[in-house]
Design a protein around this ligand. Structure first.
Ligand code: UD1
Ligand code: MG
Length: 457
């Protein structure tokens, strides 16, 4: 294994990305909920490199602001004069004994194993990641001699018809010792069809200096595919999602349809989980054992314990669901919703910044916000905690074993003591003591012989 503390990663991200047709720099376009370049940074970090440099161009301030990572050295390439010129901007930051790994900010799905292999190959000088494409058009071709040794890389625009027939292409990703790279970069020129400083020209220089240019290939083509337009972005998104679906299925999750789940972040999970179609997982989500997630749920930065059932159309955001609970259909758990074990949160119920005690049930058409709800509480249909007075938020406390009748408003701040009962249709504005019945209903009047109005002719 390579000496990891000597890896210096250089991520090229200065390209304009004109074909994205966007005001946003290309590398900030998102794949699985994270900027393209973030994927490259995350994978780089797994290699535990000494440094990560990102070469940026126009719109770089935006990139720095969004990536906002103190571990990164940002290097401006004022003018985009080619990939060799881009890497040359980093020369002063490279120490001779380091192994430099060059990555592209718009090639997001490269695998850690592929990079580790490449770095190993480069131990005695230089290694290239290449790939055989059915259609090599547009790429730099890997030109080999009769014995099969790499001679050079020839860009499409500089290639003869014979060279254009080569299907082995340069992915752009390469690893090279820093002292060699710096020397070769200083010799680059732009005498070529595009009048650019080609990084690829260092290959012929290496050969001239009697180095063997090692090559290695990724397991999957999509690892080295770049994003130039929104169609390619969507294609890579699907590859990525398919890979994740396969991974979680292998680890104990049944998916109703692996093509209809999107994971935009990190899912940690147990086993015997069933996920129905169209679920979106965002941020950091953890799901315990024996959990069922219904169709069309969105689960973001939330924790779901064992034996939970989430019924269709539910939305969880920064919520936590205790063991054995049942949520939905059509439930919305907003940030700070903490459900204890064996709770039931039913249809059209919204919970925000509230703790719900063990075994409590809030089954229909209810809003509970800024509340502390005890154990075994039953909240009737259409209950509202009126937590906002137009300026400030106030707390509602509902103690253990309280029964709240339907269509009740609890005007916060207010506290309902243990075992209290609230009659249906009440508007509660002052605290209710333990064991009391509180009811604010207008006394019912029944008028016999009542005539309904009739429509005028
Ligand atoms: C490059 C390679 C080619 C390879 C292909 C793979 C060279 C000369 N050619 O070609 O052999 O097959 O990638 O996709 O290296 N960039 C900068 N600054 C620049 C120019 C580019 O940061 O001045 C960045 C771009 O943002 C991009 C990457 O470098 O991420 C590659 O640049 P691009 O212009 O796409 O290179 P290609 O011509 O496609
Ligand atoms: Mg390109």
């Amino acid at each position: 294994m390579m000496n990891q503390s000597h890896i210096n990663v250089v991520i090229l991200a200065a390209g304009q990305g004109t074909r994205m047709k966007s005001d946003k720099p290309k590398v900030l376009h998102e794949l699985a909920g994270a900027p393209l370049v973030q994927h490259v940074i995350n994978t780089s970090k797994e290699l535990k490199p000494k440094y990560i440099n990102v070469v940026y161009g126009h719109g770089g301030e935006q990139v720095q602001e969004i990536i906002n990572d103190a571990d990164i050295t940002w290097i401006l390439q004022k003018e985009q004069l080619g990939t060799g010129h881009a890497v040359a901007q980093v020369s002063d930051y490279l120490n001779d004994e380091e192994l430099v790994l060059i990555l592209y900010g718009d090639v997001p799905l490269i695998h850690i194993d592929t990079l580790a292999d490449l770095l190993n190959q480069a131990a005695d000088g230089i290694a290239l990641l290449t790939v055989h494409l059915d259609n090599p058009q547009g790429y730099g071709r890997i030109v080999r001699d009769k014995s099969g040794k790499v001679k050079n890389i020839t860009e499409e625009k500089d290639a003869t018809d014979d060279v254009k027939k080569i299907h082995e292409v340069n992915t752009g990703i390469l690893a090279v010792k820093a002292n060699l790279l710096k020397n070769w970069l200083s010799q680059l020129n732009n005498n070529n069809a595009q009048e650019e400083y080609y990084l690829t020209d260092v290959i012929a220089m290496a050969v001239k200096d009697n180095f063997t240019v090692h090559t290695t290939q990724p397991d999957n083509e999509f690892e080295v595919m770049g994003v130039n337009n929104r169609i390619q972005l969507s294609e890579l998104e699907r590859y990525y999602q398919k890979e994740q679906a396969n991974r979680i299925m292998a680890a104990g999750i049944t998916l109703a349809d692996p093509a209809r789940i999107d994971i935009r972040g990190k899912l940690t999970h147990g086993k015997d989980i069933f996920i129905d179609i169209n679920t979106v997982i965002e941020g950091n989500v953890s799901i315990g054992n024996n959990v069922s997630i219904g169709a069309n749920c969105v689960i973001k930065d939330s924790k779901i314990a064992d034996d939970v059932t989430v019924l269709p159309m539910s939305i969880l955001d920064n919520a936590s669901v205790g063991k054995g609970s049942k949520v939905g259909p059509f439930a919305r758990l907003r940030p700070g919703a903490v459900l204890s074990d064996n709770t039931h949160i039913g249809n059209f119920v919204e919970i925000k910044k509230s703790f719900i005690g063990v075994g409590s049930k809030i089954n229909h058409l209810t809003y509970v916000g800024d509340s502390l709800v005890g154990k075994n509480v039953n909240v009737g249909a259409g209950t509202i905690t009126c937590n906002y007075d137009g300026a400030n938020k106030h707390q509602t406390i509902i103690e253990d074993n309280v029964f709240i009748g339907s269509a009740t408003q609890l005007v916060a701040p207010v506290k309902i003591g243990k075992n209290a009962t609230i009659g249906a249709g009440s508007t509660i504005t002052t605290d209710v003591n333990e064991g009391e019945l509180a009811i604010t209903r207008v006394k019912q009047k029944s008028i016999s012989g009542w005539m309904r109005p009739v429509k005028k002719q």
